[in-house]
Design a protein around this ligand. Structure first.
Ligand code: SF4
Ligand code: SF4
Length: 260
């Protein structure tokens, strides 16, 4: 959670900011972070590092259940020395820059997104996060919010992350908090451990039990963003009983859960 005293409105959606290797605070912001990774962040980072999902998760993240929302989340582990830097920072900057998480792209802009059940569109509000160590606000480069989103490659991140937000914020916390350990395990696997989720789809009787379009099955074999989209659809069916999937036979959400 961001300290509210650091949050500032952005009049006319315009602000001045610059960040570059010559600035005195360069990479100061890449330490001591509580950086929650979304499923799409995990996908981009594990592919960047050419690691299987499970190894990436074990090596770089901590898993926990959010006490307010009840959703299983993962955080990036900071280094365990006194500096507590991000494992991906170097003197030259971010070593995973092209695949850095959405929150790193957005900083120092904050995006509050909300989802009202039954409404199609995600509501969003932008603000600036002004931390004392960040000298970028002394720079004169002007931005609009739209220019910042474009420059930081955020559109794809926001689209993918909003699918996840639809579940974590769109489903009442009371329902999320009532999930069993087995259901939380499924939630975690489908969102973050995509290799395992793909195995669940293609190495079990899943495809015999559900009526999926052949083109979708082909895409699920090779396209991991499609796999994330599908995992959200699957979770809605398996955990919350929504009619987002068509079962071939009479199948309740309970019997749809894999034996893990
Ligand atoms: S603290 Fe601000 S200006 Fe300095 S490197 Fe981080 S984002 Fe850039
Ligand atoms: S992923 Fe990159 S930008 Fe984000 S905190 Fe780590 S080093 Fe900094």
């Amino acid at each position: 959670m961001i300290d509210q005293s650091l949050m500032h409105p952005i009049p006319d959606r315009r602000f001045k900011f610059g960040c570059h290797p010559e600035i005195a605070c360069f990479t100061v912001c890449c330490a001591k972070l509580s950086l929650v990774l979304t499923p799409y962040d995990v996908l981009r980072l594990k592919n960047r590092l050419q690691l299987p999902s499970k190894i990436f998760l074990d090596r770089y993240t901590t898993s926990y259940v959010d006490e307010n929302y009840g959703a299983p989340l993962v955080k990036l582990k900071m280094n365990e020395d006194e500096h507590r830097q991000c494992p991906f920072v170097s003197r030259e900057g971010c070593t995973v820059y092209e695949d850095r998480p959405g929150a790193c792209r957005m900083y120092p802009v904050g995006r509050a997104a909300s989802k009202i059940p039954g409404w199609d569109k995600t509501g969003e509000y932008y603000f600036l996060v002004k931390e004392a160590h960040c000298l970028g606000f002394n720079e004169q480069r002007g931005w609009t919010i739209e220019e910042w989103i474009e420059d930081q490659g955020l559109a794809e991140y926001n689209t993918m992350n909003d699918l996840f937000l639809d579940i974590t914020a769109g489903i009442p916390a009371k329902r999320l908090k009532s999930l069993s350990d087995k259901q939380l395990g499924m939630f975690h696997m489908a969102c973050y451990n995509l290799d395992e989720f793909r195995k669940f789809l293609f190495s079990t009787t899943f495809l015999e039990r559900f009526d999926l379009e052949p083109q979708l099955i082909d895409r699920l074999r090779t396209d991991e963003t499609e796999l994330i989209r599908f995992s959200c659809r699957w979770l809605r069916f398996a955990l919350f009983g929504e009619k987002t999937m068509a079962a071939r036979a009479d199948l309740s959400p309970q019997t749809a859960l894999p034996n893990r």
